[in-house]
Write a protein of this length. Structure first.
Lengths: 250, 317
């Protein structure tokens, strides 16, 4: 097994402990549970509206940032807290490999729960009369948002000893309050970028127009979202690598 | 600094060269203009807590940048050339272990990261060197401090390093474990490896090596053989505390003894500074008899390593 794969494997074990698995598992049930509860007195069109609303809140704007924030923020900051960073960096491997492995591990862990959450939501949508074809778009958009959050929050985990608090403040104050007021800065909101891709990929039959307002001034475009994701991830990973190389790793 | 011939801080075939290195954190100077080198065999890095040993070791490993000066390991700057880490094993002072892994998994992970032999046999060999095979499959969180220490040593050995840097490696180890580790360090040194072992306990270092680099307040306090350092320390007065029924009388009598440097009476105690502990020992019984004194307690107040080094450093200021 290569050093790169080993870092991913050990980081996944480090990140996904039993408590987190149970906690995030329960969190993943919330959107599906809400849809089932809301569906009781609805017709099919009403169910579409409910799914749209639940995809925005809580799936994209609450569950996804929370999971990604905790996993990604811990990926490097736990190594600093536990003093194991020296174990990792005093090796014949490049800092870029370490950062990419950490980011991939955090993304994989986050995506796993986000996909479970999306799947449960879509299964409950099918149960109340919808179609399963909405699942790929929600999964792809969610995965993109996970990549965005993880690449930025891994960096945050290196810069601060309290990445979860700083990240939560960002999500609550900047993403969910400031961007709401200033839609022209929607591009700094990772979940909106992911949602833009989801809206673009939704099947024609689904009334995705109803949730267009949630993405502010972003275009509902999968290629644009992908471009933003790639650029942000590359820049964040680059900055993390430079910091890991040029600062004291203790 | 103690004057010793041929700059005892330097060795001819240096594996690690530290040149005029300084490190400061804001206004606090942790290491100041330190020049020394380390070669095959064991070198003790000695100094009291907070002397700058860990900072120096971190700069040698490349974990920390120098504020001034240069460090080279096998002729390379470890901060720039990560390939030198194939030849380095590092045991940090901190409990730098992944608690959720077993000792075996931890050592295997170290081998994978070092691009070394990751076979079960190689991992087993490293664990057996530190007597950890019997506990190798328990999560590290269940290990004692001494076991975690030995696991870290096994992880540092798994890539068969030419340079082993050990920061307070005997911390938490019981006497039997210490003996195992010290024997292992001797074995590695005999095989031509370079070992840098930091400690704040002189006796501990003395069991491992004769060559010592002693630092205090980030400065080089002494370097060379333990004997040379001990002899440099010989002019430092010993301090003795005696609890006696007539402290003033004893103090007065002792002042007549030429080897006595100072006498201080504090309550029931007399604190004595002497250059010659043996002379004091032979003088005291007669003085007690003649003056009808009753001594209830006699103790040598062991001069701490810090005070010894401070004395050595004072000589060069």
């Amino acid at each position: 097994m290569t050093a790169f794969v080993s870092i991913i494997r050990v980081t996944l074990r480090q990140l996904v402990g039993r408590k987190r698995a149970v906690g995030f598992g329960l969190l993943s049930l919330i959107p599906a549970g809400l849809l089932l509860a809301a569906s009781r007195a609805r017709d099919v069109e009403g169910i579409d509206t409910d799914l749209g609303a639940l995809v925005v809140t809580p799936y994209f704007s609450v569950v996804l940032p929370l999971i990604a924030l905790i996993f990604a923020g811990s990926a490097l900051s736990d190594e600093r807290r536990d003093k194991t960073l020296s174990f990792l960096v005093l090796r014949p491997i490049g800092r870029l490999q370490i950062v990419v492995a950490k980011t991939l591990a955090a993304t994989a862990a986050s995506t796993m729960f986000v996909v479970v959450c999306a799947t449960l939501l879509c299964v409950s949508y099918v149960v109340v009369g919808g179609e399963i074809n909405v699942l790929p778009s929600i999964v792809v958009g969610g995965t993109m948002a996970c990549v965005l959050y993880c690449s930025v929050f891994v960096l945050l985990g290196y810069l601060t000893t309290r990445p979860t608090i700083v990240g939560l403040l960002y999500v609550l104050l900047i993403e969910n309050a400031l961007v709401e007021e200033l839609p022209r800065i929607s591009s700094i909101s990772p979940w909106r970028v992911g949602l833009a891709a989801t809206i673009d990929m939704m099947p024609q039959s689904f009334p995705a127009r109803a949730i267009l307002g949630a993405i502010g001034n972003l275009a509902p475009s999968m290629p644009s979202a992908l471009g933003a994701t790639v650029v942000t991830a590359v820049v964040a990973v680059g900055i993390s690598t430079i910091l890991l190389s040029r600062t004291d790793s203790v | 600094m103690t004057e010793l011939p041929h700059d005892p801080a330097q060795v001819a075939n240096a594996t690690v060269q530290v040149n005029a290195v300084s490190k400061w954190f804001g206004t606090k100077v942790a290491v100041s203009d330190l020049t020394c080198s380390f070669g095959p065999g064991i070198t003790g890095l000695l100094g009291p807590n907070g002397a700058g040993k860990t900072t120096l070791l971190r700069m040698i490993t490349g974990l920390m940048r120098t504020s001034e000066g240069t460090v080279s390991v096998f002729g390379e700057d470890p901060k720039k050339e990560t390939k030198v880490y194939r030849r380095i094993g590092f045991v940090p002072e901190d409990d730098a272990v992944y608690g959720f892994l077993t000792a075996r998994e931890f050592v295997r992970y170290a081998a994978q990261l070092s691009k070394a032999d990751t076979s079960a046999a190689a991992v087993e060999k490293a664990l057996s060197k530190v007597n950890m095979l019997s506990s190798a499959d328990r999560p590290i969180t269940q290990h004692s401090k001494g076991m975690r220490q030995r696991t870290k040593v096994a992880a540092a050995l798994v890539n068969d390093p030419d340079l082993l840097i050990l920061d307070e490696p005997l911390n938490g180890a019981d006497p039997a474990q210490r003996a195992v580790l010290i024997a292992l360090f001797h074995e590695l040194a005999a095989a031509g490896r370079t070992l840098i072992v930091s400690s704040h306990v002189l006796a501990e270092v003395e069991r491992m090596t004769d060559r010592v680099i002693a630092i205090l307040d980030g400065k080089l306090a002494a370097a060379g053989g333990i004997r040379a350092i001990r002899s440099a320390m010989s002019h430092i007065p010993h301090k003795v505390r005696i609890e006696v029924d007539q402290p003033r009388q004893l103090g007065k009598v002792l002042l007549d003894l030429p080897a006595i440097v100072g006498v201080q009476v504090q309550g029931d105690c007399v604190e004595i500074e002497t250059q010659d502990l043996a002379a004091l020992g032979s003088f005291l019984p007669g003085a007690v008899r003649e003056n009808s004194l009753r001594i209830t307690r006699f103790e040598t107040v062991d001069a701490s390593l810090e005070s010894v080094f401070r004395h050595l450093v004072k000589d060069r200021l």
